[in-house]
Design a protein around this ligand. Structure first.
Ligand code: CP
Length: 312
């Protein structure tokens, strides 16, 4: 008998129980099967409304949430931040009041400041889905990463993944490493020492070079983009140097190919920095699958969360 309590919001991975993670991942499978059918829509959220609010740029997450909500038959409104009254100085709390008055059932929000989705969740009966907040969390990315990796390795215990790049500024690294650790996957990190936080969680083993990576024998390499827009300072000598030290070049790709190591990346990629054109064509790349799975996982999350709308 399940002891799982209804959950209103998805704000991070840390607060999720293993049972909740399992629930979302196992329900994403049937949603993915729908994509093979000629009719991809189900009536699950008919009559419900989803408001999508992106204060930061997004391609994958915003479109994936929109497709997911449409396939569940919800009505989706995309709130355009760049043309809204926010540009006229409206405060976040006043914007939240306005959104509350619209009585949406679900609000998908991405914001440059950590904690904004949690603040919104406190002030609304709608379910709030964090689509990325500052350096803090990107929970649906973590869920889709876990789903994608588990499609290749149904038994995750003892599997290994190394995250390479700008760990310090990455909400993806934080959420994805946490979900993998909860699911029993070993996690290691590689990056310039200035971009790997000293206080990283204990479970993330720190590696110093690609030679260390290959000695550690990961099942997948998870590359991150260098987030220049979040860096206020010089964290490494330059892009060419970064690529030489940490990028997935031909030589490193050759070793991965020989060993059958999978490649993952949350996108967007910076070709010539963390990855080459050649690596983007790698047959064991899961980057496209991550995007496809994002829709199924977000359908599963929308289906799972329970807004408190209609309870006043
Ligand atoms: N992975 C990810 O969050 O991509 P977008 O910034 O395009 O949404």
């Amino acid at each position: 008998m399940s002891k799982m309590k209804p959950r209103k919001d998805l704000l991070d991975i840390e607060s999720l129980s293993l049972e909740e993670i399992e629930h979302v991942l196992s329900n994403a499978g049937p949603f993915k099967e729908l994509f093979q059918r000629s009719v991809k829509k189900v009536p699950t959220l008919r009559g419900k409304t989803v408001l999508s609010l992106f204060y930061e740029a997004s391609t994958r997450t915003s479109s994936s949430f929109e497709v997911a909500a449409n396939r569940l038959s919800a009505d989706v409104t995309n709130f355009s931040v760049s043309t809204s009254s926010i540009t006229k100085g409206e405060s976040l709390l006043d914007t939240i009041e306005t959104l509350q008055a619209m009585r949406s059932d679900y609000i998908v929000i991405r914001h440059q400041s950590a904690g904004v989705p949690a603040l919104l969740a406190k002030h609304t009966r709608a379910s709030v889905l964090n689509a990325g907040d500052g350096f803090h969390a990107h929970p649906t990315q973590a869920l889709l990463d876990a789903f994608t990796f588990r499609e290749k390795f149904p038994d995750l215990k003892g599997k290994k993944i190394v995250i390479v790049g700008d760990i310090l500024h990455s909400r993806v690294a934080r959420s994805t490493s946490t979900i993998f650790q909860k699911l029993g996957v070993e996690v290691a990190v590689l990056g310039p020492s200035s971009l790997v936080p000293e206080g990283r969680p204990e479970f993330m083993q720190r590696l110093s070079s690609w030679e260390d990576v290959f000695d550690w024998k990961p099942d997948a390499v998870y590359l991150l983009r260098v987030q220049l827009e979040r860096q206020n300072g010089q964290f490494f000598p330059g892009i060419a140097e970064y690529h030489r030290m940490y990028g997935l070049n031909s030589e490193r790709l050759k070793v991965m190919r020989e060993r059958g190591t999978y490649l993952m990346h949350p996108g967007p990629v910076n070709r010539g920095v963390e990855v080459t054109d050649e690596a983007m064509g790698y047959e064991k790349s899961l980057i496209g699958t991550q995007v496809e799975n994002g829709i199924a996982v977000r359908m599963s999350v929308l289906h799972w969360l329970k807004p408190k709308t209609g309870m006043e």
